[in-house]
Design a binder for this molecule. Sequence first.
Ligand code: AMP
Length: 484
Amino acid sequence: MCGFLGLAGLPGQDVSPELYEGLIALQHRGQDAAGILSFDGMFHLRKQNGMVRDIFRSRDMQRLRGSLAIGHVRYPTVGVGAEEDAQPFYMNFPFGIGMAHNGNLTNWIDLKSKQFPEDNIPLESSCDVEAILYAFAQGLQRTVKSEPLAQRIGVAVAAAFHRAKGAYSVCGILSEGVMFGFRDPSGIKPCILGKRVEEAGTSWAIASESVAFDVIGYERVRDLKNGEAVIIQPGEEPIFLQVVEGLHTPCIFELVYFSRPDSFLDKVSVYKTRRRFGESLAEQWIASGAPKADVVIPIPDSARDAALSMAEALNLPYREGFIKNRYIGRTFIMPNQEERQRSIRRKLNPIPLEFEGKNVLLVDDSIVRGNTSRKIIEIARKAGAAKVYFASTSPPLTSPCPYGIDMATEKDFVARGKTIDEVRDDIGADHLVYLELERMISCGKAGNSEIKEFCTGCFTGEYPTPDAKEHLKALSAERSSARN
Ligand code: AMP
């Protein structure tokens, strides 16, 4: 998924220490690699595999000088997670450009193996922001120096939109002392502008999630629209350019699982949406004729808000029955099912008191492969639960995400080709309810009536960009040949 933050501070300031704090707040968006690129007349870069706190030392912060900087946390999708694929990227032609992104290009293979080589540009990395960077630079190169810079950036963004297909939000800096951001024509990935007003002037920020602003004292200004760019020049108000028009289809899985509850995405509070998921799930639970539970227990962390509102709506006690060890990494990166199951057990430990002799209703945000739910249900039974009911705050996931959420290949989804009763039996629950698609969508839209559609591709297999299915086919062929 990835996260980025760009800061344009006041002249003479060094913004990297604040950028570091902001990146820590975005760490949930990617724990694989991180980087900061700053500019004080020269670019300074530090990027490496690992977590933000492990990468940057005080000597790095001293070197990362300048009032302009962009930072990134990586969640790997394309490539093998090599160090050189960490972001930000920069180049010095036609002038200095630094860039970081969140997203996935669905025509990456074509760009890397055909389109750019035909222009005599061999892309060096396995990171798709490199393609966006070159497309942007090619656009910039075609502009005339005497034109206003914002106009030239608009041309460069149009060139990037023309070449890069898929989902991406970008932030970047130019050696002209300018920061910019843009959001793909469908606006699938989040991208928000923030500011901090001080006596000495106004500082600006562009981020994947608004939570990065909260921790460094910035306020939300507004989300970028789909197909829109923003340009921030020193001492001036931002310039917004609507580069292309189209239907805005933000990713709904950001609200379900990915984003922090204290973030706002396209004006939608993630926290309030998850509470609405819980209320709606409670209505559905009752309508499904579900048996009466004694207690509602969330699967930490992302299901907590929904589980609490579900418990309130069902008039049931809410208990934290599972204690999560925060120091164990993501279980889905484990190489095989057995390893994943084992690490889920090490990650979540039950408090037997909350399970013994009770009918427990477990609430999770989603069921992907089913490993987590299957194991958790087993843990609940071992801890003494009489019956184990399960509710998911999103519908059955059945289709891969072409836009950068690493979920599973088609055959890995536990719900693919199965009825809900079959999934219930597969994960070993006594009763299973998934929040219906329309309910989930209306919970999201309730936060912002301007959103007409979400990207719900992982639930429906229908994607907002035309070449998504082809990209998934190519990816799946690549994966199976790698496996062979
Ligand atoms: P599983 O069904 O075993 O694949 O695990 C599903 C759980 O993993 C969900 O409840 C989420 O909390 C979490 N999850 C969902 N999507 C992802 C993802 N793309 N990457 C990592 N964890 C995820």
